[in-house]
Design a protein around this ligand. Structure first.
Ligand code: AMP
Ligand code: GLY
Length: 418
């Protein structure tokens, strides 16, 4: 079988790498792919958001399955366009991907179906938003409504910070159209857990929980990023918590989307906070998380190609999905300066010395036999081991073998393991 994977980050590398383990898959294209994916798939130089060119390529190449993983193409209707062209596509249609693409949609859905989440209000007018902040007081959280690469959230510890975030988003256009509307919500506390789940429109199978590290610097300091590292499982996510999440969050969300005429098929990502009042939803994503996927898929024992097909055909309830009884840790290596301005084109050395991990590539490109940096997050060094402590140690042992000018990584991935 032939598969086309759309995207070119660490998450897509993990999907490609895992699909290659399937005996049924004999060819993979990845568009656009990256310098590391090129070793495992045929990279095709089409941007993940270029729907027209992607559909034209797929019509001609005729993959048996197309996997759409990044948020932008999903929100733009890549799956709808592929289906209209008669192709089998894994991922939610645009009308379901809106659960990530619009935070105000997600919040309204949760309110309507009584799914636990922070109390909130939505504003398009900065004066009204500021009045609301003054009424509620700090700490308080301001979120751009649309997709902002994980950077549209301000957790304001003072009213002034919240007011500034509103002015930047609504009046200053800091996030373009994504910030013209803001969601202001109650500040919650507690450990954060990411649960990714396969969903086939009706049924849901949760993957083992993971924990992300969103801040750029050690001790959760510095600006929010797309994610600086992840590990799985989470010690906070007990069987009891998993059951509460299934009953109060996961199953109700799948049912709510179906009831709204937006059946969700693909991977639904629940960003949860385990608050003193119980688990609450911080965010939904309509896709695999990055870098959680690198950690979680490293633990999958079943055939990912079979799972994707079961999701498309609505047969997830009959599909057995097995996970290794182990732990995984992914440490991201980023370009110095990320998530703000950073330089590209730095030569990466030491990759051949890595022994105990698998290195997923995120922002790399191959040129004249050299591997160069080409993005903010560059590599995700991922190790599995019987215990989390061993997985963390193995990943960091390999991180230390890799070098490029101004490279940056957190030294405490997994430290807050509970
Ligand atoms: P998001 O992009 O929605 O995942 O938010 C980014 C980060 O902001 C989350 O991982 C949390 O650490 C934090 N955050 C978001 N919403 C809240 C909230 N209501 N209360 C406290 N922290 C939050
Ligand atoms: N790691 C968080 C995300 O993928 O949105």
């Amino acid at each position: 079988m032939k598969v086309l994977v759309i995207g070119g980050g660490g998450r897509e590398h993990a999907v490609v790498h895992t699909l290659r383990k399937s005996a049924k898959v004999d060819h993979i294209w990845c568009a656009p792919g990256n310098g590391g994916i090129a070793a495992e798939a045929e990279c095709v130089d089409i941007a993940a958001t270029d729907i027209e060119s992607m559909v034209a390529f797929a019509r001609q190449a005729r993959p048996d399955l197309v996997v759409v993983t990044p948020d932008d193409p999903l929100a733009l209707g890549m799956v709808d366009a592929l289906e209209q062209a008669g192709l089998r596509a894994f991922g939610p249609r645009a009308n379901a991907a809106v659960i990530e693409g619009s935070k105000s949609f997600a919040k309204a859905l949760m309110r309507k179906y009584h799914i636990p989440t922070a109390d909130y209000a939505v504003f398009e007018n900065s004066a009204e938003a500021i009045a609301y902040i003054r009424e509620k007081g700090a700490p308080i959280v301001v979120k751009a409504d649309g997709l902002a690469l994980g950077k549209g959230v301000t957790v304001a510890m003072t009213e002034e910070q919240a007011v500034e975030a509103v002015r930047d988003a609504i009046d200053g256009g800091a996030f373009g159209g994504a910030g013209a509307r803001v969601v202001i919500e109650e500040y919650l506390t507690g450990p954060e857990v990411s649960v990714l789940a396969f969903v086939d429109g009706k049924h849901l199978k949760a993957m083992p929980a993971a924990q992300d590290h969103k801040r750029a610097l050690d001790n959760d300091e510095g600006p929010n990023t797309g994610g600086m590292g992840a590990f799985s499982p989470s010690r906070f996510y007990t069987e009891e918590t998993a059951k509460i999440c299934m009953d109060t969050i996961f199953a109700p969300t799948v049912a709510a989307m179906a009831a709204e005429g937006r059946p969700f098929k693909g991977v639904l990502y629940f960003g949860l906070m385990l608050t003193p009042k119980g688990p609450q939803v911080i965010e939904y994503n309509a896709r695999f998380g990055d870098p959680e996927t690198q950690a979680v898929l490293s633990r999958l024992e079943s055939d990912l190609f079979d799972i994707f097909n079961a999701v498309i055909d609505g047969r997830l309830d009959e599909t057995d999905i097995r996970w290794a009884d182990n732990a995984a840790c992914c440490v991201c290596i980023a370009s110095g300066g990320y998530p703000k301005a950073y330089e590209k084109g730095k030569e990466i050395t030491g990759l051949a010395d890595v022994t105990g991990s698998f290195v997923f590539h995120a922002g790399t490109v191959q040129k004249n036999g050299k591997m160069l940096t080409s993005g903010g997050r560059v590599l995700g060094v991922t190790a599995t081991a019987p215990t989390l402590d061993e997985a963390i140690a193995a990943a960091y042992a390999d991180v230390k073998k890799i070098h490029f000018d101004q490279m940056h990584y957190r030294t405490d991935i997994g430290v807050k393991k509970g």
